[in-house]
Design a binder for this molecule. Structure first.
Ligand code: SF4
Length: 375
């Protein structure tokens, strides 16, 4: 099987830019009219020529989302295990050289935060950490997942890339999903921001999600971090990556994210900021190209935008998030990864979802679905 890392090595990004720039309004109209859209259609929908058709794109995206997913929004919460990190990423508050208070939660501390999230109603948990195997290694992860036991119906991880057999051990322990964002598909620009540590290895990072899929992860999350690269090009590559994974690992569900960079320790400001209308165009284009993928919107985005995007294409949202280890029980949030924009509580977000005619879903998966049956 050709890996997506092989595909990216052969891809000419200047040619991708040229395809997007050359798209006409006729190309956009053709893309909008199609039942199943091609990668050429995605280029048209991401192009400047599509900007005047944003309203039409949003209507089609909303209809398609309702047809495939119904009127539901799944809620999840991140739980930060550790802000230790061996990498130097210039945009991140956990970057190795920053003088923040470093901390890794004990298993008991993880349980304390987890119980708060459980009491708030969450049944989908995302365990997040910086990348440092000395603090967040396999034994620790397995202890954490076992201790969480049956509190949550779904446990996903967003941690350093692992080997296939390590992913397999985590699946056996009870992890069913992974989020591993490439951050930037443009390999040259990738090197500008990932200046030291194992994350510099662009290809290794790209290969890891396929290892996780082979190991049996039921949910695969990919994403690009907006603000680092040229967004149209990044979005096109993200779409191509999504389609690759959906074709080769059709047993897993795909979730796609495109978080925008927020303020953090180190005061990084994005080199290539993405405006709200550009963000909406990207979200609509992604829904039209990937009718069956989950589209994820985190609390990185401001409340007004999250409210406006409800129903257009998003199917999964975080709520009430903290981005520091122990953040749900701590009095101060000194060691956070970035500042969240939407600080409303999970209950407020659930009420808003209901008020907009959608159902907030705290659980759409049951471990019993994948538990081994009687011999
Ligand atoms: S982005 Fe991830 S790998 Fe990079 S410094 Fe932050 S936590 Fe570490």
């Amino acid at each position: 099987m050709t890996t997506f890392a092989d595909t990216m090595e052969q891809l000419d990004l200047a040619e991708v830019d040229a395809r997007i720039a050359a798209a006409t309004e006729q190309d956009v109209a053709r893309a909008l009219a199609r039942e199943r859209r091609t990668i050429e259609d995605l280029a048209a929908l991401l192009s400047p020529a599509a900007a005047p058709h944003l309203e039409q794109m949003a209507r089609r995206a909303a209809a398609l989302t309702e047809q495939r997913f119904g009127r539901v929004i799944q809620l999840y919460a991140p739980l930060y295990l550790s802000n230790e990190c061996v990498n130097k990423c210039t945009y991140c508050g956990f970057s190795h050289e920053l003088p923040i208070t470093r901390r890794t939660l004990s298993v008991d501390e993880v349980l304390r935060d987890a119980r708060i999230l459980h009491d708030e109603g969450f049944r989908h948990l995302l365990l997040v950490s910086g990348e440092d195997r000395r603090h967040v290694g396999m034994a620790y992860l397995i202890d954490v997942v076992r201790a969480l036991g049956t509190l949550f119906e779904s446990i996903a991880i967003e941690i350093q890339p692992l080997r296939e057999e390590e992913y397999r051990r985590l699946v056996e322990a009870g992890v069913d999903g992974i989020a591993l964002y490439q951050e930037l598909y443009d390999a040259e620009r990738y090197n500008l921001y990932h200046v030291a540590g194992p994350k510099r290895h662009y290809r290794n990072r790209l290969l890891a999600i396929e290892a996780a899929a082979r190991a049996g992860m039921r949910s695969l999350g990919i994403g690009t971090l907006l603000g680092l690269g040229h967004w149209r090009r990044e979005a096109w590559c993200l779409g191509l990556h999504a389609r690759h994974l959906m074709r080769h690992f059709w047993q897993s569900r795909l979730a796609v994210s495109f978080p925008r960079i927020r303020a953090c320790a180190g005061d990084y400001t994005p080199d290539l900021p993405v405006t709200d209308p550009e963000f909406v165009q990207m979200l609509c284009a992604m829904r039209l190209f990937l009718p069956d993928a989950e589209l994820v919107l985190s609390t990185r985005e401001p409340a007004h935008l999250r409210d406006g995007l409800l129903g257009i294409g998003v199917t999964r949202m975080s709520a009430g998030s903290r981005t520091d280890p122990g953040g749900y029980t701590a009095a101060d949030h000194a060691g956070e990864q970035f500042e969240i924009e939407d600080g409303r509580s999970p209950a407020e977000i659930a009420r808003l979802i209901e008020a907009r005619g959608f159902e907030p879903v705290w659980k759409d998966f049951d471990r019993a679905f994948v538990a081994p049956g009687p011999p």
